[in-house]
Write a new protein. Structure first.
Length: 95
């Protein structure tokens, strides 16, 4: 889905919102109980960077790109996984 999103002629703000709402919900379905390997997480991170980074070269700082081009909540996949796991833990502790 990220490869298709990369070809769409929309602005970065719309792409960031689409990644956050559609792509991450599909990619991280049941992540609270399962685990991703570092290779899988790296592929997701690279695909997201290709979508939101305006430069077409490989010489950009990952953390700076996520910070400057998030247009809202954090787009970093590692942060998304942690947030989903913490939210699930809080729900379990409240029961």
């Amino acid at each position: 889905m990220l490869a298709k999103l990369q070809r769409l002629p929309v602005d970065c703000k719309t792409k960031a919102a689409t990644i956050r709402t559609k792509i991450y919900s599909a990619a991280f379905y049941a992540i609270e109980a399962a685990d991703l390997t570092e290779t899988q997480l790296g592929k997701i991170t690279a695909a997201v960077l290709r979508n939101i980074a305006r430069a077409k070269n490989s010489k950009h700082n990952m953390h700076h790109t996520f910070m400057a081009s998030s247009f809202g909540d954090d787009l970093d996949p590692v942060g998304q996984v942690i947030a989903r796991r913490v939210a699930t833990f809080r729900r379990i502790m409240a029961k």
